[in-house]
Write a protein that binds this ligand. Structure first.
Ligand code: G4P
Length: 531
């Protein structure tokens, strides 16, 4: 297998996480620009799509036949082969966003310097922490007024529970933004506005010990402030430790301005050096090494085709080991079937390309006639192992589903189960009732519209959704030790079961969760389900 080592070792597969509007799209565009994948910034699709209203979104899905969300961008930079996994925000936010993180080896967290840590960053960050993957922070929009730098770092440490280590340090912000100081090299890179990043900026590099040069570049006030801040920082911040970074316990922090191209390439270069090659993954037969082992992959996302004429689905898989060759036979472990993957393709932001080969670290989409499920393993015919499953993430919006025409019971049950199997929604039953009372849980509210639309269009079933006030769900980690009937709840709590019969609790308020834990000794509640 080692003949693929070079190809695999040059791969870097990461997700970019941020709260909407922090600058994820802009940063991605700039990465592509440096990689030569696009000529002019502004051609990454997706952002504009995310802004469309629901009905438009449906149309777009139909036209393209496949979702434009959660797509993958592959490009080359400095002999690295980079796979960026997009994590959609806004309304498109769904469980897929979380699952995408399961396919990444590291994450870039983009933070708006004037906003600090925001809600969506927090959620996605939690999933990264659960996986112990390295997280790199890019504090963006330094060309605008920003929060105090020390406060920003403090907020990341407190809110997200990760130590920070600034790799560079901003000199001023907004109109007074002068550039950044690189701590390791002791150099200052000066900022000049690059007309919204349509051309390369004229960055001057100054040795910070050359007082005269520094003075003329940033002025006296900024120079004194910089010296004071660096002294304070050197005394207070965590030391850089690559091992801690790779364990996901320390985040290197970079400052810049994606819009004006400032600090982006430096960030990319450092990031590529610090981040890892495709990581080994745990299976029921132990760790699978990406280089030593032959081809294997797992399914992390299934995208149904919204086009009625083509009821196919696309299963996205992350290659975990070896080389994929489109002409070879592979085994779908869960289906115990040897097959050739149909129409393997690389799905880009706005195009698809049929693939002949791909390597560990890459993401491929294959035509799915309805046989794959989230978390399934694909490997060579002779191998026989399963990758660890993908956890089920907590939905945050709940609704009761009522079927309008009870004569169509069968279609309804089939449709709702199929859509749940794809992982677009989760369905629950109230404890003690049958399929007549179904509660649907989703991570992003748009999934409710998707459910309604698909049941009507694909299964000819009309439904009515009645929103429920619950916002939090908890699985019972030690369900075998707990009697569901004996759990002492709060007035806002509801007991339900998932499709596999696992007991769950729904809550309106987050504080009730702690209260229920206090009232029921030994009860262990969890936000992710590994069942
Ligand atoms: P997102 O993908 O995280 O949602 O954010 P996106 O990159 O679309 O950026 C959100 C807005 O912030 C955009 O402005 C973008 O131009 C701006 N922006 C991104 N990076 C920077 C930066 O470094 N400095 C400044 N000043 N602005 C930045 P918009 O007006 O919403 O969109 P547009 O009409 O300019 O595209």
């Amino acid at each position: 297998m080692s003949k693929y080592a070079d190809e695999i070792n040059r791969r870097r597969t990461f997700a970019i996480i941020s709260h909407p509007d922090a600058g994820k799209t802009t940063l991605t565009e700039k990465f592509l620009l440096y990689g030569g994948a696009i000529n002019l910034a502004g051609s990454v699709k997706g952002k504009a799509t995310a802004r469309h209203a629901v009905s438009d979104w449906m149309e777009i899905e139909k036209e393209r036949g496949i979702s434009v969300t959660s797509s993958v961008l592959q490009f080359e930079y400095d002999n690295y082969c980079i796979n960026i996994l997009d994590t959609p925000g806004h309304q498109d936010f769904s469980e897929d966003t979380y699952r995408t993180l399961m396919a990444a080896d590291s994450a870039v967290m983009v933070i708006d310097a004037s906003k600090g840590v925001e809600a969506q960053t927090r959620k996605l960050f939690k999933v990264c922490v659960m996986r112990h993957i390295p997280i790199f922070t890019f504090i963006n929009k330094m060309d605008r007024d920003a929060n105090d730098t020390f406060e920003l770092l403090d907020e990341i440490e407190k809110e997200l529970g990760i130590a920070t280590c600034p790799v560079n340090w901003p000199i001023g912000c907004g109109k007074a933004f002068k550039g950044v100081y690189e701590r390791k090299s002791g150099r200052v890179l000066t900022f000049s506005d690059t007309q919204k990043g349509t051309k390369e900026g004229d960055t001057t590099v100054i040795d910070a010990t050359d007082e005269e040069a520094l003075l003329s570049a940033i002025g006296e006030d900024a120079m004194h402030t910089l010296r004071d801040e660096i002294e304070l920082l050197d005394g207070a911040s965590a030391e850089f430790d690559l091992e801690l970074v790779q364990k996901g316990e320390l985040t290197p922090v970079f400052f810049g301005s994606a819009l004006t191209n400032f600090g982006v390439e430096v960030f990319l270069q450092h990031f590529l050096q610090m981040t890892q090659t495709p990581l080994p993954r745990m299976s029921d037969q132990g760790m699978i090494d990406p280089i030593e082992q032959e081809f294997s992959a797992f399914v992390f996302k299934i995208q149904a085709n919204m086009n009625k004429a083509h009821r196919d689905r696309v299963a996205f898989m992350r290659i975990c080991s070896g080389k994929f060759d489109a002409s070879m036979d592979v085994k779908h472990v869960q289906g115990t079937k040897v097959m050739r993957l149909s129409q393997p393709q690389q799905i880009m932001a706005d195009s698809r390309k049929i693939l002949d080969e791909a390597y560990a670290g890459d993401i491929i989409g294959v035509f799915d006639p309805g046989i794959f499920s989230i978390g399934d393993t694909i490997c060579m015919p002779k191998a026989n192992f399963k990758y660890e499953g993908i956890p089920t993430f907590a939905p945050e919006h709940f609704a009761r589903v009522r079927q309008l025409d009870t004569m169509k019971r069968k279609q309804f049950v089939k449709g709702i189960n199929q859509i749940a199997q794809e992982g677009a929604i989760q369905i629950f039953q109230e404890a003690g009732t049958g399929m007549e009372e179904i509660i649907v849980g989703v991570v992003g509210v748009l999934q409710f519209d998707v459910l309604k639309y698909r049941l009507e269009n694909e299964y000819n079933v009309e439904i009515k959704l009645e929103n429920l006030p619950y916002e939090h769900i908890r699985w019972i980690e030690n369900k075998d030790e707990v009697d569901l009937n004996r759990i002492i709840g709060t007035s806002d709590m509801k007991k339900v079961k998932d499709l596999k019969g696992n007991p769950l609790l729904l809550f309106v308020n987050s504080w009730s969760i702690g209260m229920v834990e206090d009232r029921n000794e030994g009860l262990k509640l969890t936000e992710f389900s590994k069942n």
